[in-house]
Design a protein around this ligand. Structure first.
Ligand code: PLP
Length: 375
C-alpha cells in the first residue's frame, strides 16, 4: 500500500466495546489479571505497554518499513535508548553538524560511563571511514541536518557500516517517515523526535526508535524502554497516532511552501544565501533528490546581507513568523541560531532558521519580504 493509506490505517486500534471509528484513549496505568495469573489482553502495566502506545509503534514501524517500533517520552529519550545498547568502552561516530543535545548526551552523560564519541564530517564518506576505530559500534547520522540543512549519504554510510560490522542509526526527524526512509537506504535504526512533524501541532513531546531487524538491539531497546521508564503517556500516543494520519498531506504542503519561499528568497536583493535541499543551488541537491524524492521538508536557513544585530532585528519585524525554537508545527517559526547556540557556535551571525508552517505561501512571503526590506 502507498504511504497515505498506511498513514491513515497503520496505527488502527480496533474498539471492541462500542465499535468507535476513532481510537479510544486508554488512560489506565494497569490492566486486569486473570485468575490463572495471565494477562488475556496482552497488557499488564502501562510502563511496559499500553494499547495507544502499541498502536503508535505499529503505525510508525509500518511507515518506516521497520520490524519493530518503540515510542518514548521525548526525542532525546529515544536517542538515549539507542546509545544504551552500547557498552562501556564502545565508540560512536557522530556528525559535526547535528542536533546538539544528542551529542551532549553521548559526551556529557554517557562519556563518564565509558562511552567514547568522535564527531566527524558525515558529508565526507572518506572521513567517516577513516574515523572508524576498533571499538566503533555505531554510526549516528542526521539528515537533513540543522542548521545548514546539509545532506548525508545514507546509502554510502550503510556501505561503510556493513564493511566494518557497525550499526547505522539515522535521526530522521527532518526527513519524516513520509519523505525519507533510511531503512530502505541501508540503515539499521531510525529515530524520530515525534515532538516535531509527527505531532505536527507543537503540543506533544515524544520520540521513537524504529528497527530494521527484530534483533538483539530491539530486545535491548525494549528493556531500556521499560526499565529506564521514559515512556510516553497514552493521550500523547493517541495524538501522535492521529498526527500520523495527516502526515503525508502536511509534509506535502510544508515542502511545497518551503520550496516556493526558498526560490523567492533566493532572488531577493537583501539575501546572501538560502540553504534548502530542494534548491538546485544546494551543493547536495542531487543526493537530496535521490534520498527524498517526494519533497525536501519544511526547514530553510537564510543568510542575509547584513550583520548579526540587524539579522536579529529582522527576526523581530516578522509578524506571522513567531520567534521560538523547535520545528514541524502548523505555525511558522523563526530562530536566530547563533544566539541560541552560545559563544562556541560556528553558525554565522547573519543566519536565520525557519520552520515553514501551513499558512498560505503568499502571506508568508509578504511577511518575509517586508522584514527583509526593512533592513
Ligand atoms: C528536536 C530534535 C531532537 C530531540 O527531540 P526532543 O523531543 O526535543 O527530545 C533530536 N533530533 C532532532 C533533529 C530534533 O529536531
Amino acid at each position: 500500500m502507498k504511504k497515505e493509506t498506511i498513514a491513515v490505517h497503520g496505527s488502527h486500534l480496533k474498539d471492541e466495546t462500542a465499535g468507535a471509528i476513532a481510537a479510544p484513549v486508554f488512560l489506565t496505568t494497569t490492566f486486569e489479571r486473570a485468575l490463572d495469573g495471565t494477562y488475556p489482553k496482552g497488557h499488564m502495566y502501562s510502563r511496559n505497554s499500553n494499547p495507544n502506545r502499541t498502536a503508535l509503534e505499529k503505525g510508525l514501524a509500518a511507515l518506516e518499513g521497520a520490524s519493530r517500533g518503540f515510542a518514548f517520552g521525548s526525542g532525546l529519550a529515544a536517542v538515549n535508548a539507542v546509545f544504551q545498547c552500547l557498552q562501556s568502552g564502545d565508540h560512536i561516530l557522530m556528525p559535526e553538524v547535528g542536533y546538539y543535545a544528542s551529542y551532549k548526551l553521548a559526551e556529557e552523560i554517557l562519556g563518564p560511563w565509558g562511552l567514547e564519541v568522535t564527531q566527524v564530517d558525515m558529508t565526507d564518506l572518506a572521513a567517516v571511514e577513516k574515523a572508524v576505530q576498533k571499538n566503533t559500534k555505531l554510526i549516528w547520522a542526521e539528515t537533513p541536518a540543522n542548521p545548514m540543512l546539509s545532506i548525508t549519504d545514507i546509502k554510502g554510510l550503510s556501505e561503510i557500516a556493513k564493511k566494518h560490522g557497525l550499526k547505522l542509526g539515522v535521526d530522521n526527524t527532518l526527513g519524516t517517515p513520509v519523505l525519507q526512509n533510511p531503512i530502505s537506504l541501508g540503515a539499521d535504526i531510525v529515530m524520530h523526535a515525534t515532538t516535531k512533524y509527527i505531532g505536527g501541532h507543537s503540543d506533544i513531546m515524544g520520540g521513537a526508535v524504529l528497527l530494521k531487524e527484530d534483533d538483539e538491539w530491539a530486545k535491548r531497546i525494549e528493556r531500556v524502554q521499560i526499565l529506564m521508564g521514559a515512556t510516553p503517556n497514552p493521550l500523547d500516543c493517541y495524538l501522535l497516532a492521529r498526527g500520523l494520519k495527516t502526515l503525508p498531506l502536511r509534509m506535502r504542503e510544508h515542502s511545497a511552501n518551503a520550496l516556493e519561499l526558498a526560490k523567492r528568497l533566493e532572488k531577493h536583493p537583501k539575501v546572501e544565501l538560502v540553504h534548502y535541499p530542494g534548491l538546485e543551488s544546494h551543493p547536495q541537491h542531487a543526493l537530496a533528490k535521490k534520498q527524498m524524492p517526494q519533497g525536501f521538508s519544511g526547514m530553510i536557513a537564510l543568510q542575509v546581507k547584513t550583520g548579526e544585530t540587524e539579522t536579529r532585528e529582522m527576526a523581530g519585524k516578522l509578524q506571522i513568523f513567531q520567534q521560538a525554537t523547535s520545528l514541524g508545527g502548523v505555525e511558522s517559526l523563526v530562530e536566530h541560531r547563533k544566539s541560541i547556540e552560545g559563544p562556541q557556535s560556528t553558525t554565522p551571525g547573519n543566519l536565520l532558521r525557519f520552520s515553514i508552517g501551513l499558512e498560505h505561501v503568499d502571506d508568508l512571503w509578504a511577511d518575509l519580504n517586508q522584514a527583509l526590506n526593512s533592513i
